[in-house]
Design a protein around this ligand. Structure first.
Ligand code: GDP
Length: 138
């Protein structure tokens, strides 16, 4: 199993509802290491840059408005197979379709307000980690 790094975000809906501690606890319990972590608020332009691959999707405006609506917690997680393991902890994009026990199933309230983000492949992880963290922070 390769040791990977992935970019995780606790989205504004989860931060507002004080779910940060619960989500960090699940990451620790899964044995993933938090290499770097910070709290920040994205500008609209920064959210648009992060989600640039989705700019043609019908939900792009709503998504970037939501992602810039309040504080987020961004972090780099590390471990064997970390990209897939974090996505399994999160569950499917739509909370209604997510497996029981996953973060999105337990705490997500809509397909947009689904509490967390996780990179979906090594290439996107590299882009997303570098979007938020400088080398000296890692
Ligand atoms: P992810 O990799 O599971 O986060 O899913 P995607 O890359 O497909 O979508 C990125 C994010 O856009 C999701 O996590 C949701 O917050 C949001 N999103 C996805 N599909 C929809 C949709 O149909 N409507 C809205 N409003 N937001 C969506």
């Amino acid at each position: 199993m390769p040791v990977e790094r992935t970019l995780a975000i606790i989205k504004p809906d989860a931060v507002r509802r004080n779910l940060t501690g619960e989500i960090l606890s699940r990451i620790h319990q899964a044995g993933l290491q938090i290499v770097a972590i910070k709290s920040l608020r994205l500008s609209r332009a920064e959210a648009e840059g992060f989600y640039a691959v989705h700019r043609e999707r019908p939900f792009f405006n709503d998504l970037t408005e939501f992602m810039s609506s309040g504080k987020v917690v961004v972090m780099v997680l590390e471990g064997e197979n970390a990209i897939l393991r974090w996505r399994e902890l999160m569950g499917a994009t739509d909370p209604a379709q997510a497996a029981p026990g996953t973060i999105r199933r337990e705490f997500g309230t809509s397909i947009q307000n689904n509490c967390t983000h996780g990179s979906d492949a090594p290439e996107t992880a590299a882009f997303e980690v570098s979007y938020f963290f400088a080398a000296y922070e890692l």
